[in-house]
Design a protein around this ligand. Structure first.
Ligand SMILES: C[S@@+](CC[C@H](N)C(=O)[O-])C[C@H]1O[C@@H](n2cnc3c(N)ncnc32)[C@H](O)[C@@H]1O
Length: 266
């Protein structure tokens, strides 16, 4: 029990993607007033605002994001509120040495951006974790939208797009899994490791509704388009697939949360 009653910065209920992932993150995160937290890939502040309210004015939260636009958006939402919360533009893969040590490091929907060397990025984060501190990250893990990927694969094969199919398989093979997460945390001697996956259904209509779905288009379908040199061919194939939504429904994502503690110094 934190003994904090204000709770003005709840996770946005209407967000069907970031909020469910953030809920899994918070289910593993140990929070208390006064903690210093680094939130990576902070976007427009999920869950940085929530965390800042929970740690209170004796704590500190720094949200970092690669995109200057996202940092500006987060700052605009913040205005003059929660002055112990700040946002800055940094690449999580190359954190500046002068960043201090944190009691907690969080990152909602972050691990997929640790490319190309996820272990190295993770190592960099753990270096900024205080001994006895906790790291909690979420990402859509291997298995996410597999019914869609199988449908895409069949269509690539049927249409004879062999080069595109090869690129697609490289993309598929590169997705991080819950098993990877456990292996990385163990390799860095983290303790109290927990890696948990929970299904999340993403609902869409067929056709344009599917192709322009804000979550699918931005985060996933673009990866298929990137396998094509000829974008008209990509569009043609994806339009056929979008009309066939029933054959790959339900669309299930796996919300994976990975948590570990850095051993306390002796
Ligand atoms: C899916 S959003 C998640 C944002 C927020 N945590 C949320 O849950 O809504 C991913 C964020 O990661 C940021 N990002 C991508 N690559 C990054 C990198 N290398 N370093 C830091 N942030 C990165 C993007 O700009 C984007 O704001």
């Amino acid at each position: 029990m934190l003994g904090i009653t204000m709770a003005r910065w709840l996770l946005p209920k209407q967000d069907p993607w970031s909020t469910p992932f953030a809920e899994t993150l918070l289910s593993q995160l140990s929070l208390a007033p006064g903690l210093h937290i680094l939130d990576v890939a902070s976007g427009h502040g999920i869950p940085a605002f929530y965390l800042a309210e929970q740690v209170g004015s004796t704590g500190r939260v720094l949200g970092i994001d690669l995109s200057a636009g996202q940092v500006a958006r987060a700052r605009a939402i913040q205005g003059t509120q929660l002055p112990w919360l700040s946002f800055a533009c940094h690449d999580v893969r190359t954190l500046p040495d002068e960043l201090p040590l944190f009691d907690r490091i969080t990152g909602n929907l972050s691990v997929m951006f640790f490319r190309p060397n996820r272990e190295e990025t993770l190592h960099g984060l753990i270096r900024h974790l205080r001994p006895g501190g906790q790291l909690v990250l979420t990402f859509p893990s291997l298995g996410t939208f597999d019914s869609l990927w199988q449908r895409v694969d069949r269509e690539l094969l049927r249409r004879g797009h062999s080069a595109e199919r090869e690129r697609f398989h490289v993309y598929l093979a590169e997705r991080p899994s819950a098993k990877d997460a456990r292996r990385w945390l163990s390799a860095f001697a983290m303790i109290g490791i927990a890696v948990i996956e929970q299904p999340l259904e993403v609902v869409s209509g067929p056709g344009r509704a599917f192709l322009n779905h804000p979550l699918l288009r931005g985060g996933f379908l673009d990866d298929v388009y990137e396998c094509f040199e000829d974008q008209r061919q990509a569009d043609d194939m994806m339009r056929a697939i979008s009309a066939d939504l029933a054959s790959f429904s339900p669309l299930i994502a796996l919300r994976c949360v990975m948590s570990g503690w850095k051993a306390a110094a002796h």
